[in-house]
Design a protein around this ligand. Structure first.
Ligand code: ADP
Ligand code: MG
Length: 310
C-alpha cells in the first residue's frame, strides 16, 4: 500500500460529525468523528448495520448536509460547508451516487434514454442529438444493456437491469467518485455478484473510485481495496481488505466476520457466529482513539483495550 500512500487521496473525510437536532432536548449523533480517505480508482467499502450512519456519511459527502464538524476534501478542494457555484457545478459531475432502490430513484414516467441522458442535458455534454444518442447507447452497452433498451420505461426491467440503468446514469458524466449506497442489497444474491463484477469491470476501464456502502461484509470483500467498519456512528476499524479479513481486531469487526456464511459446508457447520452487544461489551466508543495496528490498519479503542485485543 506504499504506492497508495504516495498518491494524493481523491477524497478525505476528517473528523466528520453529523448531528441532527430532532427536538429541543434530543440530538441524534448520526456520525461521530469519522475519518477515512479514498484514493483515485480504488474502492472503499463502508460496512455497518442499519442506523450506523452509512447513508449520512454518503449524503454529507455529496453535500446534502452541512457537517456539524470536520472537513471533507475532494480532489484538493474543501467541499464541506459553503463552496462557489462553479465548484458545485464541477462536483455534480465528478461525484455521482447509485441508490439502493432503483425503482424509487428512477423516474417511472421517463424512458431510460432520458433518465440516463439527464446528466448530459444538465451539463451540456453533447453538441448534437446524434452525439447524445450515441453516448447513451455506449453507456448502456457498457453496463450490459442494449441500445434498444433506451426506449423502455423502468418498470419494463428486472431489478438487476434497473440497477444497471442506475449505474449507467451515474457513469455517463464520467465521475471520479461513485457513492454506491447499498446498491446491491435489494437484489438476489446471484444478481448481486453480477452487478459487483460489472462495477469492477467499469472501474478497470474508467478508473473511477467507489465508496461502496453495505450492511454486511460478504460482497464488500470482493470489491473493496480497503474497508471501514462503522457502528453507532463511529468508525471502529479500517484497513486493507486483507488486514480486516485476516487480522480483525475490534470485537465488533470479529462479530461481523463471523456472521458471513462459509461456502464450504464442512467449514460452515463449524462456524460460530460471535455475538456482540455494545451495551454489555464494556467498550465506550467515545473514549477510544485511533491505534495503528500495522500498515494502514487502524482500530479505534482505548489504550487498555488495545493491549487486551492485540
Ligand atoms: P444507515 O444508512 O447506516 O442505516 P443512517 O445514516 O441512515 O444509517 O442513519 C444514522 C442515524 O441517524 C439513524 O439513527 C437515523 O435515524 C439518524 N438520521 C439520519 N438522518 C436523519 C435526519 N435527517 N434527521 C434525524 N435523524 C436522522
Ligand atoms: Mg442507509
Amino acid at each position: 500500500m506504499t504506492e497508495m500512500e504516495n498518491r494524493e487521496p481523491l477524497l478525505t473525510v476528517k473528523g466528520l460529525k453529523q448531528y441532527f437536532k430532532v427536538s429541543s432536548t434530543y440530538t441524534v449523533h448520526a456520525v461521530e468523528n469519522v475519518s477515512f480517505q479514498i484514493y483515485p480508482g480504488e474502492t472503499y467499502g463502508l460496512v455497518g448495520e442499519s442506523g450506523s450512519g452509512k447513508s449520512t456519511i454518503g449524503r454529507s459527502i455529496i453535500r446534502l448536509y452541512d457537517p456539524t464538524a470536520g472537513e471533507i476534501m475532494f480532489d484538493g478542494m474543501k467541499i464541506g460547508g459553503k463552496i462557489s457555484r462553479a465548484d458545485s457545478q464541477k462536483l455534480r459531475t465528478q461525484m455521482q451516487m447509485i441508490f439502493q432502490d432503483p425503482m424509487a430513484s428512477l423516474n417511472p414516467r421517463k424512458k431510460v434514454r432520458d433518465i440516463v441522458g439527464e446528466g448530459l442535458d444538465i451539463h451540456h455534454m453533447y453538441s448534437s442529438s446524434e452525439e447524445r444518442e450515441e453516448k447513451i447507447a455506449n453507456i448502456l452497452q457498457k453496463v450490459g444493456l442494449a441500445p434498444e433498451h433506451a426506449s423502455r420505461y423502468p418498470h419494463q426491467f428486472s431489478g438487476g437491469q434497473r440497477q444497471r440503468v442506475g449505474i449507467a446514469r451515474a457513469l455517463i458524466v464520467n465521475p471520479k467518485l461513485i457513492i454506491a449506497d447499498e446498491c446491491i442489497s435489494a437484489l438476489d444474491v446471484s444478481i448481486q455478484a453480477q452487478v459487483v463484477n460489472l462495477m469492477k469491470d467499469i472501474q478497470q476501464e474508467t478508473g473511477t473510485a467507489y465508496l461502496f456502502i453495505a450492511h454486511d461484509l460478504s460482497m464488500v470483500k470482493y470489491i473493496s481495496d480497503r474497508i471501514g467498519v462503522l457502528h453507532l456512528g463511529h468508525l471502529l476499524e479500517t484497513g486493507t481488505t486483507a488486514e480486516i479479513f485476516e487480522h480483525p481486531v475490534h470485537p465488533y469487526t470479529k462479530s461481523l466476520l463471523s456472521a458471513i456464511p462459509e461456502p464450504n459446508p464442512i467449514v460452515e457447520k463449524q462456524r460460530i457466529a460471535e455475538s456482540y452487544d455494545y451495551k454489555t461489551s464494556g467498550i465506550d466508543y467515545n473514549k477510544g482513539t485511533d491505534h495503528l495496528v500495522s500498515g494502514t490498519h487502524y482500530v479505534k479503542c482505548t489504550d487498555e483495550e488495545f493491549q487486551r485485543w492485540i
